[in-house]
Design a protein around this ligand. Structure first.
Ligand code: SAH
Ligand code: SF4
Length: 361
C-alpha cells in the first residue's frame, strides 16, 4: 500500500460515495468512479476518460487502487486456474477459478490461514497469519475478471479462511459483488461458506443475506467437536437454529450443507442415517454437497472408496435430499477444496492464534 493515499478498491458503494463527498465532490461522481473501477476494471485514475480533469487529478493525488500482487498464475489441464497472491511477510493466499461451459465460479479467500483449525483442512493446519482487507478480497474478483476470457458468473467464499470471522472486510466486498454499478451478481450467485460462527450468521442475515453454505461434516456434537473445533463453542442445536433464522431472509429456500467424507471416520451408513435424523429434528430445508476428502501432505485422513461415497449419497437421496458429490478439479495444480495452503515461506511470521473455545455440556 502506498502510504498517505486512500485505497479506494475495497470501498463499498456507500463508502465510496462518502469518500467522494468528503473531498467536496458531487455524489454522482462516486457512481462514475465505481463503474470505472469495477466494471471497466481500470486501475489508473488518469485513464478514466469521462471524468472531469480536476477530479482525476484530485484522485491521483489522494487515492490509489491496490490489491495483492500475483506470485503465480497456474492453469490446470481441465481449465481450472489458480492464482497465488502475496499477502506479505512470507504469506500467500489463493484464488481459484472453476470453469463450467461458458461461465464459471470463482473461489475467493478471506484470510491468510484460519483460526478454526478443522483437523482435515490444509488451511487450518497452517495456523493464522492475518485477515484480508476488503480491497484484498474484492481484488481477487477484480483480477479474475480482468485476466479471464469469460466473466465470473458465481462467487463462493470457499477459499482460505473463515469469512464470518472477518465480516468487517467481507461485507463491503459482498456489497460490491452485488451492486449493479460494480459486478452486478445476484444474491443467489454469491455464496458464503462458514464452519458455523453462529452470531456472525445472524449478522450476515441482517446486513447482506447471500446464499449460505454450512460446513457440517458430522451428524453429532461428539464427532463435530473433533472435526470442526468451533462446534464446542456453537454446538449443532445452536447452528441449526441459526440456519432456520437465516432461511427467513435467504435468497434461496435451502441451506447447502457441505460434508467432507473421511474414510472410516464420518462416511459410514450409520452416519448418513444420523444426518437424516438431525435434519428431521431441526426442520432446516437443506441440500447436501459431499466433498470426498482431498489429501494434503500432513493429513492423517484418507479419501473413502467410491462405493462408500456412493452409498452415503444414496442414503441422503433416499431420505429426500438433493445431494451432489463434488468432482475434484484442478488436481494437477492442487486447486481443490481444503488444499489451498498458499505457500508460507516464513513460518515465524505466523501467530498461532486460536479462538477461545468454551466447552458445552
Ligand atoms: N472456512 C469456510 C470456507 C472455506 S473451506 C468453511 O469451512 O466453510 C471450504 C470448504 O472446503 C469447506 O466445506 C471445508 O470444510 C472444505 N474442506 C476443507 N479441507 C478439505 C479437505 N482436505 N478436503 C475436502 N474438503 C475440505
Ligand atoms: Fe478454516 Fe474452513 Fe479450513 Fe475449517 S475448513 S480450518 S473453517 S478454512
Amino acid at each position: 500500500m502506498t502510504p498517505g493515499l486512500d485505497n479506494l478498491l475495497g470501498q463499498s458503494p456507500a463508502g465510496l460515495r462518502a469518500w467522494v463527498e468528503a473531498q467536496g465532490e458531487k455524489p454522482f461522481r462516486a457512481t462514475q468512479l465505481l463503474k470505472w473501477i469495477h466494471q471497466q476494471r481500470c486501475t489508473d485514475f488518469s485513464a478514466m476518460s469521462n471524468l472531469a480533469k480536476p477530479f482525476r487529478e484530485m484522485l491521483s493525488a489522494r487515492a490509489t487502487l491496490e490489491s495483492l500482487p500475483i506470485l503465480r498464475d497456474l492453469q490446470s489441464a481441465d481449465g481450472t486456474r489458480k492464482w497465488l497472491l502475496d499477502a506479505g511477510n512470507g504469506n500467500a493466499i489463493e484464488t481459484v477459478f472453476i470453469p463450467e461451459d461458458d461461465r464459471g465460479t470463482l473461489c475467493v479467500s478471506s484470510q491468510a490461514g484460519c483460526t478454526v483449525a478443522c483437523t482435515f483442512c490444509s488451511t487450518g493446519h497452517q495456523g493464522f497469519a492475518r485477515n484480508l482487507n476488503a480491497a484484498e478480497i474484492i481484488g481477487q474478483l477484480h483480477m479474475a475478471d480482468r485476466l479471464l476470457p469469460h466473466p465470473v458468473s458465481n462467487v463462493v467464499m470457499m477459499g482460505m479462511g473463515e469469512p464470518l470471522l472477518n465480516l468487517d472486510a467481507v461485507l463491503p466486498a459482498l456489497a460490491l459483488m452485488l451492486d449493479d454499478n460494480a459486478y452486478g451478481l445476484s444474491r443467489r450467485k454469491v455464496t458464503v461458506s462458514t464452519s458455523g460462527i453462529v452470531p456472525q450468521m445472524d449478522r450476515l442475515a441482517a446486513e447482506c443475506p447471500v446464499a449460505l453454505a454450512v460446513s457440517l461434516h458430522a451428524p453429532t456434537d461428539a464427532m463435530r467437536d473433533v472435526l470442526v473445533p468451533i462446534n464446542r463453542k456453537y454446538p449443532l442445536r445452536e447452528l441449526m437454529a441459526a440456519c432456520r433464522a437465516y432461511l427467513e431472509v435467504a435468497p434461496r429456500d435451502f441451506i447447502t450443507f457441505e460434508y467432507v467424507l473421511l474414510d472410516g471416520v464420518n462416511d459410514q451408513a450409520e452416519h448418513a442415517y444420523q444426518l437424516l435424523d438431525l435434519m428431521e429434528a431441526s426442520g432446516v430445508k437443506a441440500k447436501f454437497n459431499l466433498i470426498p476428502f482431498n489429501p494434503f501432505p500432513q493429513s492423517e485422513y484418507r479419501k473413502p472408496r467410491p462405493e462408500a461415497i456412493r452409498r452415503f449419497g444414496q442414503i441422503l437421496i433416499d431420505g429426500g435430499f438433493v445431494t451432489t458429490t463434488r468432482k475434484t478439479r484442478g488436481d494437477d495444480i492442487d486447486a481443490a477444496c481444503g488444499q489451498l495452503a498458499g505457500e508460507i515461506q516464513d513460518r515465524t511470521q505466523i501467530t498461532q492464534r486460536r479462538i477461545p473455545i468454551v466447552q458445552h455440556d
